[in-house]
Design a binder for this molecule. Structure first.
Ligand code: A3P
Length: 320
């Protein structure tokens, strides 16, 4: 394990010198294979590309940051493990939503090592923020299933801007909304451009619908029961008639709701260790959890501008 980490570190140091860089949201961002990554994710990406193999039974949750990853994680985990845990003694009552299964972007970099990952029982539930195009064949051709979530980019921008200013260390001056807006529109955001991220997964979903389920935050907010049933079907664990009659779908939706999870002690005071040096307080993953809250923060010019980019980028894709 030590050896491949050293090799990656060496390649990473060399690569870093050659990549275009921009001032980003949490420090610098580097353009690697058409995607903007911070140094931490860049190293993680190189590790994944060179050393990670997924298994055909894996379920991989793909998303850009701030699109509803936390929520989807809890829904996937709770649905897949519904025969294992009772709601009164459920692991999510005491474990933050990001600690219930690993994110491959950070694996072997402190959160969890390759050996730990390989030791997990099948099927693996995994998450990633990497664009589909950055994932190696050992993942994309593994037979794993993907669940992708996306969200109105205006809400993504505001959620991201607020998140960054909460988690960045105090000595880093806060990023202003105008600056955040400009960077986001130029595609310079972690794992961005945001629109390309969505389109990359969408293309695969259209070509191989059995392999990818596309979910939208807004649809999940409006019709959580319908979307959760879709998710369970897709993951190969559909709800039985009996479960539906017993209200299991409603119970999972309620258990994973913003109101329930954000009020748990573990999510008010606990934190999630992403690597040896960095922990994020769980409460920062829960802010408002609403649709369209960005209109309170963005000017109408800003909103129009983002909508125009979305129209332009997604035109003809069937996404809008
Ligand atoms: P807001 O900042 O708009 O409130 P991610 O999990 O990908 O980081 O996304 C975070 C966004 O999802 C935040 O949006 C957060 O409040 C919202 N969120 C977190 N848990 C949620 C839940 N259980 N239901 C709905 N939204 C949730």
């Amino acid at each position: 394990e030590e050896e491949y980490l050293e090799e990656t570190q060496h390649n990473f140091n060399e690569k870093l010198q050659t990549l275009p860089r921009e001032r980003g949201w949490f420090g610098h961002l580097f353009r690697y294979q058409d995607c903007w990554l911070d140094t931490f994710s860049l190293k993680g990406c190189m590790l994944v590309q060179n050393h990670f193999r997924a298994r055909p039974t894996d379920i991989i949750l793909g998303s850009s940051m701030k699109t509803g990853t936390t929520w989807l994680r809890t829904l996937v985990f709770t649905t897949m493990n519904r025969f294992l845990y009772d709601f009164s003694s459920h692991p999510l009552l005491n474990t933050g939503p990001h600690s219930c299964f690993p994110c491959i972007d950070t694996y072997s970099m402190g959160e969890i090592g390759i050996k730990d990952l390989e030791a997990l029982p099948s099927p693996w539930l995994l998450a990633t923020h990497f664009p589909y195009t950055l994932l190696p064949e050992a993942v994309t051709a593994s037979g794993s299933k993907f669940v992708y979530i996306w969200r109105d980019p205006k809400d993504v921008l505001v959620s991201m801007w607020q998140f960054v200013n909460k988690i960045n260390p105090k000595e880093i001056p806060p990023i202003g909304l105008n600056e955040a807006f400009e960077l986001f529109c130029k595609g310079i955001s972690n794992f961005g451009p945001f629109w390309d991220h969505v389109l990359g997964y969408w293309k695969v979903c259209q070509e191989t619908p059995n392999k990818m389920l596309f979910l939208k935050y807004e649809d999940m907010k409006r019709e959580p029961l319908v979307e959760l049933k879709k998710l369970a079907d897709f993951m190969g664990h559909p709800f039985t008639m009996e479960e539906e009659k017993d209200g299991v779908v409603e119970k999972i939706v309620e258990f994973c709701s913003f109101e329930h999870l954000s009020n748990l002690e573990v999510n008010k005071t606990g934190s999630h260790q992403i690597n040896r040096d960095t922990a994020i307080e769980n409460r920062h993953f829960f802010r408002k959890g609403q649709i369209g809250e960005s209109k309170i923060h963005l000017t109408s010019e800003m909103m129009d501008c983002i909508d125009r980019i979305t129209q332009h980028k997604f035109n003809g894709s069937g996404l809008i």
